[in-house]
Design a protein around this ligand. Structure first.
Ligand SMILES: [Mn+2]
Length: 340
């Protein structure tokens, strides 16, 4: 426990007590682990995987991070430690435990468990996740804490409980990358005192939090900036300014040297407009479909709007695939959720 003292003193006993004994026991007994991350990986799943791999190594085990795809999504992520796409599971020894981090189903891993089912038959699976919802498989093999702002918040608590201190630069950097991004730079409603206390322990241990916030939230390609500016300039308001609609067309990509991936974040911009209660971004995709991204303020359900078109998501952030002919109904549904 010697190394844990420094970080541990920064956290309340009640923070550390939120970790179930059962998952600590499973980690202590793990000799060889596979760590599986979710599809379209983000810094939280990658940071949590790196941090838990380091934590398992620190207590005498071995761990391999296994991903379904190359991790090029994180190019330029200078504040996140490098992670190669994991080894081919066919070429490494069978683990005695598998951890799913920041996800709770094999569907979310891209089907890695199913693909290697023969090799890993009977190997126990532990889920470490902070997403609410259907975790039918949750038992004492796993730890799901929907009050955590990030999977990385949970991994730091696990490390401290297991006596692994914050004197490990890679673990600290990885955990901070996930905590900062999933918490929206500590700005999402999911952030609690415990989130900040974990963040404080990471900052004291040298985590580059300001650098990570700049990389994750305050940096974009010039093409993307121009696309967002062009789209927002044409934003239309309905229902006395409570509904904002931003329509992004293929011609906008051509005019700005941006592409359909660059529409990410436009709906977040639109919801920043004073008085706007729900922001709808509808963008042409390369396959001819339309992508709806809806953002709303608490009390107005973006999910209800997305669900009306077969989509889904969170209450305040949801999405769906549309057709051009859906647009009039989209506006009607949005007017309905903001009230008259
Ligand atoms: Mn997450």
């Amino acid at each position: 426990m010697r190394h844990a003292r420094q970080g541990e003193r920064l956290l309340y006993d009640r923070d550390l007590a939120t970790v179930p004994e059962s998952i600590l026991d499973r980690l202590r007994r793990t000799r060889r682990a596979w760590i599986l991350i979710h599809r379209r990986p983000d810094p939280d799943t990658i940071g949590a995987a790196i941090a838990i791999a380091d934590l398992i190594a620190a207590i005498g085990g071995e761990a391999e991070v296994i991903a379904d795809e190359p991790l090029s999504i994180l190019e330029g992520a200078s504040s996140l430690p490098a992670l190669e796409a994991g080894p081919d599971p066919r070429h490494i020894p069978v683990p005695d435990r598998i951890f799913l981090v920041d996800c709770a189903s094999d569907e979310r891993t891209g089907g890695l468990l199913a693909r290697h089912a023969a090799a890993i038959a009977g190997v126990p699976v532990s889920i470490i996740d902070h997403h609410p919802g259907d975790h039918q498989t949750i038992d004492e093999e796993s730890w799901v804490d929907a009050t955590a702002a990030a999977a990385c918040e949970m991994i730091v608590l696990l490390a401290l409980r297991l006596g692994v201190g914050m004197d490990r630069p890679r673990l600290v950097r990885a955990a901070a990358a996930g905590l900062v991004t999933d918490s929206g730079a500590f700005g999402h409603p999911s952030v609690r005192g415990r989130t900040l206390r974990v963040g404080g322990a990471l900052i004291d241990a040298g985590a580059p939090v300001a650098e990570t916030i700049r990389w994750a939230f305050r940096t974009s390609s010039i093409a993307r900036m121009r696309l967002h500016a062009r789209a927002i300039a044409r934003m239309r308001l309905f229902a006395a300014g409570r509904v904002a609609l931003v329509r992004v067309r293929s011609a906008d990509y051509a005019a700005t040297a941006a592409g359909p991936d660059d529409v990410e974040g436009i709906a977040n911009r639109a919801i920043e407009g004073a008085g706007v209660q729900i922001a709808l971004m509808v963008a042409d995709m390369s396959d001819g479909s339309l992508r709806l991204s809806a953002r709303s303020h608490p009390g107005v359900s973006a999910r209800t709007v997305a669900q009306a078109f077969g989509g889904g998501g969170h209450e305040q952030a949801a999405g769906a695939t549309l057709r051009e002919s859906d647009l009039p109904r989209l506006l009607r549904v949005a007017r309905g959720v903001v009230g008259r």
